[in-house]
Write a protein that binds this ligand. Structure first.
Ligand code: ATP
Length: 516
């Protein structure tokens, strides 16, 4: 079998069109020409999303006795966002090209430039690796003058970028000019000044006659956890360290909305805030980095496709931060953030609300504001990572080709398709019997239309890990053929063994077992 899917540049487009064709993801309000960076999940996409949510929720709440889950409202008192810093500091620096009238994030333009220099370094390394048998990458990087010059350039750019992001917008514009960055559309270097743009959406609550108040659509779910910290701690009688988990929608008026569901204006987050004693945060930060990476690796989507990226510019609330990056079709990008948020949020809410948000530690007989470790993953980005990794075009040994979604079995929208070989002679009835055995535990399909080969292709295209074929012999011997999606292996097993066989391979528990 040959995977022809090595054109990474094309992959995102192919995934998006496949996702639409089979009912995973549609552009929002498509009949009105769509709404930019807003998407709807169709019949398969919502199943996939629910399975990811279930894996996350169970791994955080069910597997950890000291983590509980909540579901807080999207609307919050507007002072919440003053306290959190979002009103004043949740900005992206934007810049317009005067000729194309296109808008860009200034920091992204600079980061793309850094990626180009990193590409040049990689080229030097690859060239040298071909010349020497016992090539030592580290030594080469440290001694090769050209590589050293590139690394020096990157350092200088990063330092100026950091400075720019901390407020020196004039120098950020100058950096873009100094680097000779041109607009990819117009090719010109005719830029406006860099301006700050707040990413929060706002609306009004109450009627105008009541004197409506401006409120925001939450840009993250975390603040709903912070403001409920004491409610949950007291009513749940929780002791430090403990965590509060939440899955919910968040909204950001992103300047550049592109790359399919990677950067959306309405998206879903799965966040967990872990409250710890001050001074112990680094220990837990390390533990959570490790656990979250394990969660990803348990899916079996390839260790080489994940890496940590420690932040150069820390957010205003953090004393350490790292991203788990995934090798998306556009290259390695943030999938999840793990942040040590100190006591910034709780302290700020104490100050703005005038209420104490402290934990009384009976062991030390003292009260303090806990420190917080946060793990925050975008559900939609997770869906994209799964779809992009799954999408495979294959030529089979018999010369035919297929497009198969190699979705990790526990996340697949349908776990099993039951296929009677023909739609008569008692075979459909037998198929229904089998379906009834499985449907209490799993989402399954019965498909009776078309030749069996065509039905297999249809199931491959939506990522169904197992097809069960019922034939005439099944009526005699109560055995069926199970076909495995990725290996195409077919084995015959007794009908009364199916439940056990399938459960073992497709349940969320099969993933959870790898985490404990
Ligand atoms: P980025 O740098 O890509 O804008 P971020 O650092 O602002 O992301 P966080 O505020 O740390 O992101 O949010 C946590 C997670 O939420 C991210 O790791 C990502 O998976 C997800 N996320 C953030 N913004 C978006 C978005 N616009 N669309 C989809 N997912 C998002």
């Amino acid at each position: 079998m040959a995977n022809q899917n090595n054109q990474k540049g094309e992959l995102l487009k192919k995934v998006a069109s496949h996702a639409k064709e089979y009912g995973f993801i549609f552009q929002s309000s498509e009949i009105y020409d769509g709404l930019s960076a807003v998407y709807d999940y169709g019949q398969l996409g919502s199943e996939l999303k629910n399975n990811i949510k279930s894996y996350w929720w169970k791994s955080m709440v069910q597997l950890h006795e000291n983590i509980v889950g909540i579901d807080s409202a999207i609307f919050m008192h507007p002072t919440t966002w003053k306290a959190s810093g979002h009103v004043d500091a949740f900005n992206d620096p934007l810049i317009d090209n005067k000729d194309s009238k296109k808008r860009y994030r200034a920091d992204v333009l600079v980061e793309d430039q850094i990626a180009k220099i990193e590409g040049k370094i990689e080229k030097e390394v690859t060239k040298a690796a071909k010349r020497f048998d016992d090539f030592d990458r580290k030594m080469f990087m440290e001694t090769n003058p050209r590589v050293q010059r590139y690394l020096g350039e990157i350092e200088t750019i990063k330092a100026r970028l950091k400075n720019g992001l901390e407020g020196d917008l004039a120098d950020l514009k100058k950096l873009i000019e100094d680097l000779g960055i041109a607009c990819p559309i117009s090719g010109s270097k005719n830029w406006t000044d860099v301006r700050q743009f707040n990413l929060m959406f706002n609306t009004e609550i109450g009627s105008l006659s009541e004197g409506a108040n401006k409120i925001y659509l939450r840009p993250e779910t975390a603040q709903g956890i912070f403001v409920n910290f004491l409610n949950v701690q007291k009513t749940g009688r929780l002791k430090l360290p403990f965590g509060i988990a939440q899955i919910g929608k968040a909204f950001r008026n992103e300047i550049i909305a592109r790359q399919f569901i990677f950067r959306m204006r309405e998206f879903e987050q799965m966040e967990m805030q872990y409250f710890v004693k001050p001074g112990e945060e680094m220990k837990y930060y390390g533990q959570w980095k490790e656990f979250r990476m394990k969660w990803h690796l348990a899916l079996g989507m390839g260790e080489e496709n994940y890496r940590f990226h420690d932040h150069i510019k820390l957010a205003h609330y953090a004393n350490a931060a790292s991203d788990i990056e995934f090798d998306f079709p556009m290259g390695f990008k943030e999938l999840e953030g793990i942040h040590s948020r100190t006591d910034f949020d709780l302290k700020a809410h104490e100050e703005f609300s005038g209420k104490k948000l402290q934990f009384f530690d009976p062991k030390d007989n003292e009260s303090y504001v806990p420190y917080v470790i946060e793990t925050s993953i975008g559900l939609d980005r997770m869906v994209l990572s799964v779809l992009a990794h799954a999408y495979t075009e294959e030529t089979l040994e018999d010369g035919s080709s297929r497009t198969v979604m190699k979705i990790p079995a526990p996340l697949a929208p349908y776990k099993v398709a039951v296929l009677p070989l023909v739609n008569k002679d008692g075979l459909p009835e037998k198929a229904r019997e089998i379906a009834n055995l499985l449907k209490l535990d799993h989402n399954i399909q019965i498909d009776v239309k078309d030749a069996i080969g065509k039905r297999y292709r249809r199931q491959d295209a939506i990522g169904t890990p197992y097809c069960i074929t019922v034939d005439y012999e099944s009526l005699e011997d109560n055995m069926v053929t199970i076909r495995e999606r990725d290996s195409l292996e077919q084995v015959r097993i007794p009908i009364d063994k199916i439940q056990e066989e399938i459960n073992e391979r497709v349940s969320i528990n099969s993933l959870l077992k790898k985490l404990i």
